[in-house]
Design a protein around this ligand. Structure first.
Ligand code: 13P
Ligand code: SF4
Length: 318
């Protein structure tokens, strides 16, 4: 069957199919603008996991990447979770396998494992806690002081959490290739041209820990530098009286910021910070996913049961 050609037609058909299938569309803040515009819930990883946990809809169309759809499926065993493109992966999630984690745990018997949500269900099943960029600090702070911690897979988020909590942790050396590409030099050069702007930095960035250091040393405006999840950045842009913001994360978020605040200016720290996995989801694929019920994401119950414990702890904290 032919796919409607225009954005308006596609949007209308998506809305109709959504009603017919009793579906909800969840979209991450990095999605394409036109996909963000058809979403029922738009948010960061934690907000989307929470929305998936409480939805009454029978079908969840997940406009994000594979691990996020897996998390939604884990939390909704009786529902159908659809990912419009199976190639929507994540380089960070791919940086550690369950086998590598088992080997790491064997080197540190008794350690508490904290896994960032950007991991496969199998890795989550080997973990004690999951966390996202919005609650990583709270999750680590909730672990008794005398326990050894293995934090994975993002080294920048790990170093940031270590610095903020003062806890010593073993940190896996994984990275997201998109955020690692946002360097301190990018940030400093954009800030030079926008001296009054606030600086919003995602903790996955290659620049996040050095920004904390530079802010502490007075080399960056400490009072105007914020390390935030994508949801935290949006909230901050809503509440701050500032008129200009330098945004150090994937550029998809700028659509939402600009839409909510046409009177403010949002400048990407690096305009090339585009996640090719997030951008695999197009409006055509969302339409086809609803029309044909594809691609169903399922997690074997034996893995799901163990992964759910870590995810539910994440949803409760922060
Ligand atoms: P957030 O949870 O801050 O939305 O981050 C998710 C992600 O994939 C960052 O690259
Ligand atoms: Fe993964 Fe990075 Fe893309 Fe986020 S931006 S989904 S961490 S590859």
């Amino acid at each position: 069957m032919a796919v409607p050609a225009s954005v308006m037609e596609l949007t209308e058909r998506i809305m109709e199919l959504k009603r017919e299938r009793n579906a909800v569309i969840l979209a991450h803040n990095y999605q394409r603008p036109e996909v963000q515009d058809v979403a029922d819930v738009l948010g960061d990883s934690l907000a989307l996991a929470r929305a998936a946990a409480r939805t009454d809809a029978q079908v969840i169309v997940f406009c994000g990447v594979h691990f996020m759809a897996e998390t939604a499926a884990l939390l909704n065993p009786g529902k159908t979770v659809l990912l419009p493109d199976l190639e929507a992966g994540c380089s960070l999630a791919d940086s550690i396998t369950a086998e590598q984690l088992r080997a790491w745990k064997a080197e540190h018997p008794g350690a508490v494992v904290v896994a960032y949500v950007n991991t496969s269900a199998e890795v989550k099943a080997e973990s004690d806690y999951c966390c996202t960029s919005s609650n990583a600090v709270e999750v680590v702070a909730s672990i008794p002081e005398d326990r050894e911690i293995l934090f994975l897979p993002d080294m920048f988020l790990g170093s940031y959490v270590q610095r903020v909590t003062g806890r010593r942790m073993h940190i896996w050396m994984g990275e997201c290739h998109v955020h690692a590409g946002i360097r301190p030099t990018d940030v400093q050069s954009v800030l030079r041209s926008h001296p009054d702007a606030e600086l919003l930095v995602h903790p996955e960035c290659g620049c996040s820990t050095s920004n904390l250091y530079l802010a502490a040393e007075g080399m960056l405006p400490q009072e105007r530098t914020r390390i935030l999840s994508t949801g935290g950045m949006l909230k901050h842009a809503d509440e701050s009286p500032a008129k200009e913001f330098v945004v150090a994360t994937e550029t998809g978020i700028l659509h939402q910021m600009q839409r909510r605040h046409p009177d403010k200016r949002f400048i990407p720290a690096n305009p090339d910070a585009v996640c090719p996995f997030m951008k695999r989801i197009t409006l055509e694929k969302v339409y086809e996913a609803l029309r044909d019920g594809r691609h169903v994401i399922q997690v074997p119950e034996e893995i799901a049961a163990r992964a759910r414990v870590a995810i539910e702890r994440m949803i409760q904290i922060g």
